[in-house]
Design a binder for this molecule. Structure first.
Ligand code: PHE
Length: 462
């Protein structure tokens, strides 16, 4: 078996982990939740949870990875035979996520190419998105190409593949995000004698809105923020364990973790600055109410179409940026599985990539067919109605991930004890600044919050 690779420098690790964390969650989900959940109010709740709850889980996984030098499938077993099953789940979850993430990546690729080839205006028509996903050949092709881009990076390994790709992609992404955000706040539009400016849109994002705030509504905001954080930091799916296992023992773990968190949060907020004012200027507050794919694949192309040639350029930049974000996230999902296969079955990276390719491609095709040949509608326990993609998303995000995170808290809090993680972070004199907070969070608060989040997936609290 090959010797375990490691990231060459802390920056390489931070950019790779941030590449995983910064993804579709930051770009369309965060701005949408912020607009829905009271703007600045959501932001405050999110930030508080990020530095407590998110930080605790992120630190735990990265430290488990670095300590065991194992991928998720074998890391948990090394810490405790009784928690072996958590490793299995942490390898299964990325196997479920990867196929549908590639399908969404394929959608982004299609939009990017549409804008790049100058036909961005077509994307503004109401039937463009549905026309594309209901066409099996086109959507399968886009998915396969996206997957191949990702597989090429993963097959390159930790240094030549992941570290190098994130080192180029992430700084470019930051530049694109800043350009688009500046553009978005400076535009304005007159519609039926009302002029709406990008700057006003910014207020929706930053000023806390307490209108009609009840305890129930506040609870929803907290749960939304918690679910978002979970997804956004790529925790509870083995990824941070896998990446942590490539961090060398002499790097400063505490510092890297802080940087990853700041990176992820800053991009989420900037994505809000990028999207909320633009949609508000052209479509008012109603435009912002469109959730999820609707916001990115339907509302935004309409905004770009109204901005003439400028809109087409910004549109191409925007979808290039989303493509980068999705690609580095997909790479991390695939790496969690590939590294697990290598460690558990003692096989070479190439062989592990081949096995995962077969699994992913078969499932991806099924997901694409879920919008056409195999179309059906299923009501999920949380009340939403979905297709195959939504079912896979629901099972991984709402059921397995809270279970993995909860089990991780119990494992650390009561079996191997928090001191184990503290020692790992403090190796080489690195500082663990929120140590006291960490212990309380991991033993008491995080498990309770996770249990509530889990029960909420079945809409038990309305
Ligand atoms: N963290 C990524 C985001 O914010 C999403 C992601 C999910 C990444 C699953 C990896 C795995 O979009």
């Amino acid at each position: 078996m090959e010797k375990r690779s490691s990231f060459k420098g802390s920056l390489g690790f931070v950019l790779a982990a941030a590449g995983s964390a910064v993804g579709l969650g930051n770009i369309w989900r965060f701005p949408y939740l912020a607009a829905k959940d009271g703007g600045g109010l959501f932001l405050i709740v999110y930030l508080i949870l990020a530095v407590t709850f998110g930080y605790t889980l992120l630190t735990s996984e990265i430290a488990i990875g670095r300590n065991t030098k194992q991928s998720p499938l074998t890391a948990y077993k090394k810490l405790s035979e009784k928690f072996k099953w958590v490793g299995w789940l942490a390898c299964l979850v990325p196997m479920i996520i990867m196929p549908y993430y590639c399908v969404i990546g394929g959608w982004v690729l299609k939009y990017f190419i549409t804008f790049l080839t100058g036909s961005g205006v077509d994307a503004a028509s109401d039937s463009f998105f549905t026309g594309f996903i209901t066409n099996p050949t086109e959507s399968i092709m886009a998915t396969v190409i996206f997957f191949l881009l990702c597989a090429i990076i993963v097959i390159g390994g930790v240094n030549k593949g992941i570290e190098r790709a994130s080192g180029i992609i992430m700084p470019t992404l930051v530049i694109f995000v800043i350009i688009i955000a500046i553009f978005s706040i400076t535009i304005s539009n007159e519609d039926n004698d009302v002029t709406r400016t990008g700057f006003e849109g910014l207020k929706i994002l930053f000023i806390p809105n307490f209108d009609g705030l009840t305890i129930g509504k506040f609870a929803t905001i907290v749960l939304d923020a918690m679910g978002q954080l979970f997804f956004s930091l790529s925790i509870a799916m083995g990824i941070m364990v896998a990446y942590g296992s490539y961090v060398s023992d002499d790097s400063n773990l505490g510092k890297s973790i802080n940087q990853i968190e700041i990176f992820d949060t800053a991009i989420a907020i900037l994505a809000g600055v990028m999207i909320i004012p633009a949609v508000y200027v052209f479509q008012g507050e109603e435009g912002l109410a469109a959730s999820g794919p609707g916001l990115m694949f339907v509302s935004l192309p309409k905004v770009f179409a109204q901005l003439g040639i400028f809109g087409q350029i910004i549109g191409a930049l925007f979808f290039a940026m989303v493509l980068f974000a999705a690609l580095t996230s997909a790479v991390s999902i695939m790496e969690a599985v590939v590294s697990s296969f290598c460690d558990a079955f003692k096989i070479e990276r190439k062989k592990a990539v081949n096995i995962d390719t077969i699994i992913t491609l078969i499932l991806s095709v099924v997901v694409c067919l879920g919008y056409n040949v195999l179309y059906f509608e299923l009501k999920l326990p949380n009340g939403s109605v979905g297709q195959i993609l939504d079912i896979m998303d629901y099972i991984s995000n709402y059921i397995f991930m809270p279970i993995i995170a909860f089990a991780t808290c119990i494992l650390i809090g009561y079996v191997i004890k928090p001191q184990f993680i503290i020692n790992e972070v403090e190796k080489n004199g690195s500082r663990f600044s929120r140590k006291g907070l960490y212990v309380i969070m991991i033993k008491f608060i995080a498990p309770v919050m996770l249990a509530i989040l889990f029960l909420q997936s079945f809409s038990l609290f309305g």
